[in-house]
Write a protein that binds this ligand. Structure first.
Ligand code: ZN
Length: 386
């Protein structure tokens, strides 16, 4: 398919909804040559293959996932045994996860850390879904993150780790806090790195051309990450207005990953949560939703990432659920679509994938416009890439 033309009624170009169709997107040699007003397919030469899609938009970006983990596996025992499986077994899980992402319209998946190196391996073989991989994340010895991070105790070890990780990584992942203690409704323990240390990590990462995305939740962790000037806050439960203001000023993005906490609330019987904990989970999710709404008002770049691979967070469909959560928080559909298309690509300096002349063809067709009915986001009918 060297030359093709796709007629559509309306599209989202990566920033804006275009709804004065019909339009024809003309692709030559893998690039968008033209987006014409009207259905001009009849005027094109017969070297063009002709297609159509009710609605077009750039391929989705899943900005936070763990490709070696099957989030749909709910059995905790099976999940922990899985961590001893062979590389071949893990790779086949990663392949299935890539297929699930593609079926959901994802064409760029950003892995968020994996101690087994499956993220780098799958990046090499995945074609229709581009993978960005950080390889190993960084963590403090003995602290949270064993399944995805390498331990660094001091500046010397930090420098050595970034030197080595940087050879193959696209971005640098840092673990700054543990996960939420759902029974207590807080994040326990001090942040893993001091502000000065984290700032040092960010500086070394930049020197290697890497951006730093940082796992943190809880006020202390978030404040330290913001003070250190990281590129992106991942999760960010217990967010505050002050942190959001600073993030807007400094251009720090936020990937709020509702999905893993939402699963704990939705299926408390699986983790064995009692009613009190379920009530705490509800409050955490409601507060998170309020902070996301505030972030949008303050102009913080919100980016969609589901943490797929986590318990109860299957790849592909969970990104679409994440878009629902952002919408429920009050974001406009345009803002929601930007969070999963142009914003993450800009944040991570990935190749742009908008619908505009000159850009590489990297777009999807849906069965109908999500502006008519958001459920159309779950009906991908075609993926157009080179
Ligand atoms: Zn994660």
């Amino acid at each position: 398919m060297n030359r093709y033309a796709v007629a559509t009624d309306s599209y989202f170009d990566g920033e804006r909804h275009r709804c004065d169709g019909p339009y024809t997107v003309v692709v030559e040699n893998g690039r968008i040559a033209e987006i014409a007003d009207g259905d001009i397919r009849a005027e094109l030469g017969d070297e063009f293959s002709l297609r159509e899609g009710a609605f077009l938009m750039p391929g989705l970006v899943e900005a936070h996932c763990h490709l070696f983990l099957d989030g749909g596996q709910l059995d905790v025992g099976v999940r922990s045994k899985y961590l001893n499986s062979s590389e071949a077994e893990m790779l086949s899980v990663a392949r299935a996860n890539i297929a699930a992402n593609l079926a959901a319209g994802v064409t760029l998946a950003m892995d968020a850390g994996d101690r087994y190196g499956i993220n780098h391996l799958i990046r090499r073989e995945s074609k229709l879904v581009t993978v960005r991989s950080p390889g190993l994340a960084l963590r403090r010895p003995g602290r949270y993150g064993g399944f995805m991070a390498r331990e660094v105790a001091d500046r010397q070890e930090i420098a050595a780790a970034i030197q080595e990780i940087g050879d193959a990584a696209d971005d640098l992942k840092v673990i700054q806090t543990g996960i939420i203690d759902f029974e207590a409704g807080t994040v326990k323990g001090e942040p893993q790195f001091e502000v000065e240390e984290l700032r040092y990590i960010v500086r070394l990462a930049r020197e290697r051309g890497l951006r730093a995305f940082v796992h943190c939740s809880g006020v202390a962790g978030i404040e330290s990450a913001v003070a250190a000037g990281v590129d992106s806050i991942e999760h960010g439960f217990f967010m505050t207005r002050d942190a959001l203001k600073a993030m807007a000023d400094q251009g720090i993005s936020w990937v709020p990953t509702f999905s893993p906490v939402h699963f704990q609330w939705l299926r408390p019987e699986i983790a064995g949560w009692d009613q009190q904990t379920v009530a705490k989970l509800r409050r955490i999710l409601e507060a998170h939703e309020e902070q996301v709404a505030l972030a949008a008002q303050l102009g913080v770049d919100l980016i969609a990432g589901s943490d797929a691979g986590s318990h109860g967070v299957p790849h592909g469909e969970s990104l679409l659920a994440e878009l629902d959560f952002l919408r429920q928080a009050g974001l406009s559909l345009e803002a929601v679509l930007r969070s999963a298309t142009s914003l993450p690509r800009r944040r991570w300096r990935a190749e742009p994938a908008g619908l505009a002349p000159g850009l590489k063809a990297d777009f999807i067709a849906l069965a109908g416009s999500p502006f008519d009915d958001p459920r159309h986001l779950r009906r991908v009918t075609a993926v157009f890439r080179e």
